[in-house]
Ligand binder design. Sequence first.
Ligand code: FRU
Length: 468
Amino acid sequence: MNALHRDLKRLVDRVEAADAPRVAADPHRQRYHIQPAVGWLNDPNGLCKIGQDYHVFYQYGPFDPNGGVKHWGHLRSRDLLHWERLPVMLYPDAPYDCHGVYSGSALWEEGTLFLYYTGNVKYAGDYDYIRAGRGHNLCLATSRDGVTLDTKQCLMTNADYPAGLSCHVRDPKVWKQDGRYYMVLGARTLEDRGEVLVLQSTDRLHWTHINTLTTREPFGYMWECPDLFELGGQWYLAVSPQGIDCPNVYGCGYFPVYGDWRGEYTLGDFHPLDMGYDFYAPQSFADGDRRLQFGWMAMPDAPYTTPDAAFGWNHCLTVPRVLTAGPSGTLRQNPAPGLAALRSPAALSLPGGETVSGPACFDLTAAPQGDFTLTLAGGLQLRYEEAAHTCTLRFTDPAIAYGRSGERRARLTAPCRSLRVLGDASSVEIFLNDGATVFTTRYFPAPGPRPIRLDGAAGLLYQLNGEE
Ligand code: FRU
């Protein structure tokens, strides 16, 4: 442990203790979503299972609810419902990561946790920090108990990446397959094109660039947080592209990959993963034979905010979602089944056309047969129109939107026959047609009863017994 590590650790402990009362006083503090103890959270990182325990790391800015220098926060859970907060795993305490321990992934093997991440370095000077002035280093940290750090090192610097790239090369996702290790890295070229580098290794330390994945026509200037995985015989490349035409500031979705991503391939159509206001930088990992995904429930550089920074914290992750293959190269996302364990024993009925005073944390299910409108807290509306299979999410009360304006609209591929909505103190995750279309957003209702109204269908409403 170097001296900076020691002092940063002390500072984090101190700020977490000092700000805890202020954070706890926030009525919009979530009950069953992963959120930072204090300060800022962004991308999920290092998702893995060690023995019986799920581990989730996340981009953590403990000193500033509006960002700050990134660490890796850490939580552990047996059931994906109750999370134990563990000490920060990675601090920005080395010359190769001193401006932020950026996003990355985990590999658990031979009794060691290997954490691959990007060390962010900004050099002092008059730079644009895109083509010059920034180091994006590929780094590796190890831990034998999954909780305390043993080693940390820099494996590659920008000079080791293929020619033609800007300084922006980050967010390693690593996995093992057929006795080899593979990595995908998000990149921005000098021509401002987004792409994904594929690297290969036999020893986890030395990596060789073997392919580059991109679209035929340029599709945005940067692809952040890549994820490459197979489900039901189909490969998918998920990315968070910046600079594409989309309703939110940045995009977030996946391409089905046809052919061999190690050689000749083509990327199919890009599908957004989420149609709401707040979803970005998701990552997934294999949990036995299922694939679980967490996303960041926010949008970087958005013109809208949350009221939470005033209480000393900001942002949260989505619930864990199971990814499955849908038809024609599509993906489905559904809440991990274990979440149903948070449900109250009895369901309340939600009769069509009546306003019910609902709990803040709920799990609503319905089987609509035609047009319906769901209105939450009197000001967040989801409207489905059967004629065109369109679904529209909009805030009708700006007081609960914190700047989320304009509609978010999706055209479903089939008539809407299933609706599931998970509500927490300040978020909703809406799953339509068995997770074929998902809307995720934060909302900030006033404290007190939460009216819920479903017009055009009847539903069942379970209270969810979340705990912070
Ligand atoms: C995505 C991202 C990543 C980066 C991290 C820094 O939200 O910009 O590309 O590694 O956040 O916190």
